[in-house]
Design a protein. Sequence first.
Length: 215
Amino acid sequence: MPARNTVKNYIENTYYHIFNRGVEERDIYRDDKDYKVFLGFLKRYLTPTVQNEVQPRWKSNLYGEVKLSAYSLMPNHFHLLIKQMTREGMTRFIRALMNSYVRYFNQKYKRVGGLFQGIFKAVPVDNETYLLHLSRYIHLNPLALQNMTMSKLEDYYCSYGEYIGKRSTSWIYPDEILGYFGSKLIGVSSYDSYRDFVEKYQGNSADILGGLILE
């Protein structure tokens, strides 16, 4: 029987919480360059080629198959909030991302073998409340585990900066989540901005999310 959260039968136009960690919980990012290289691979697979540019095979196969809504990178694991746009898009995207990063990491640190703890985990996000609280959980993950301040979180290796207007990144799509603020969602409508929701909400998003939490 497949392990929990590893069945690869994904639905189009559906959000998923994606998670993976280093084998034996070892660090997968050892310095700033490692974080930046991983982000570079995200950008590679999430952006189109320039007009009239010869399009590499990997980009023609992957661009447009998923949309990245949120992410956070921790020393030994990563979280991605992805919307699958095509039937096999997410599996193909994550496989390409992880394989590219493992090749880089093994070459840099002169090692062989797997880097990640088996197959990535994925859980579908099936309602708006879960979607909002999952984005909050992902963005606060570094704060809880890295012992940092909110001001530092804005510049950390996560998408919080895109959500509060500090950065604009073409391959990150926060608009759908940000669009809920000012809506009538219970427990969320009282917040005038996403920043208020993340920083001032008194409840624990992990309690609301339950099985959507992957660690």
